[in-house]
Design a protein around this ligand. Sequence first.
Ligand SMILES: *Cc1c(COP(=O)(O)O)cnc(C)c1O
Length: 436
Amino acid sequence: MDIYNVKQQQLAGRIEEKPSLLKWRDWRWQIKNSIRNIDTFEKILGIQFAEEERASLKETLEKFPLSVTPYYLSLINVNDYVNDPVFKQSFPNSQELIHSAHDMADPLHEDKDSPVSGITHRYPDRVLFHISNICSMYCRHCTRKRKVGDKDSIPHREQILEGIDYIRKTPAVRDVLLSGGDPFMLSDNYLDWILGELRTIEHVEVIRVGTRMPVVLPYRITENLVKILKKHQPLWINTHFNHPREITASAREALAMLADAGFPLGNQTVLLAGVNDCPRIMRRLMHDLVKNRVRPYYLYQCDLSEGLSHFRTPISKGIEIMESLIGHTSGFAIPTFVVDAPGGGGKIPIMPNYIISWGTNKVILRNYEGVITSYQEPDSYEPVFCDRNCTDCDLQLSLEEAPEYQAVGIEKLLSDYDETITLIPRDNERFDRRDD
Ligand SMILES: *Cc1c(COP(=O)(O)O)cnc(C)c1O
């Protein structure tokens, strides 16, 4: 399967007169020859859309452009392309123009939580850093669809430096997540420079890269790229496989290069109607990922971004899928199912319920088989009163190594040292009526 198979040779022959394996595996050739309009798509895949369909597709493209690498396109099963998971993720659908009342351009408020251009600072200790506005393939389910094709550009050094400056002067940031666009659209040298700059910041402990290259353009994972990334460890790499069919021989090769170089690999899957909203497909995907040393990280509920309504499932579908994973398969093959809260609340994990009831010193739980069990809690447990003054405590924590930080949210309610007993939403009428 894959590795320049007959179908790929055929496709390459429709792109240029003298195709070769060397060109096919050259990531720049793939990008240069990305398919960006319906005519070429039809020609290369050898299919034809009905006339009225073409009209609505063209209209869709005006709003949300098309771009797909010859490699990713070669994974489409032409005989049933209408239901093909790769086709659905890469080819426009006129339903993208449906604008439902709850759709938003920027549901996650990434632009609002942005202190400087390119940075989204949502959580206390980590930031999202957009270092590229381009992708080798435009996923139809992109949560940043509002920006796709907007300005197909890579930020200048000055712009990148603004982001780096922000990180430098914000010591709370210990984890920087490089995203985009796809960071691996940048040249090796440019990436080397950005990573090197970040590495000069002492409080940045971990750098992560979010990329879909292993899925849509595995040839981008070159020996030189790996060599450069290796200079900047610890580096975590997260990719985005949505369907087992995407794990081809070339994808496996790319993942192996990264894993052999010692990068921990993670995967973020988006739950998509008609693509992977099925417990069997999802389990197969998770198994194929761990076989390739990729740890499933998140399973995302589809965001409320504009143009995605046809991809959305109810949240219950995700819970059903989690129910069919937890207990049924290896713990490390199970992602965390999350809803990225509209309005910028961040990722909220969702699980089936395992706690059935609770009495004095007894918790009633159920397992994945439906077996109901009880856990006897200790009759006496001496809670350690915590006033946040670790010097008086028997539990060990070396303070030099662990700088303090402010308790946030529910953590605050659970603590002894903070007197807050309720978190009250702003604009609560009942509390507004009170004088104090
Ligand atoms: C997802 C995300 C992160 C990283 O979250 P983790 O749960 O640590 O993976 C950071 N910032 C933003 C804005 C995000 O959306």
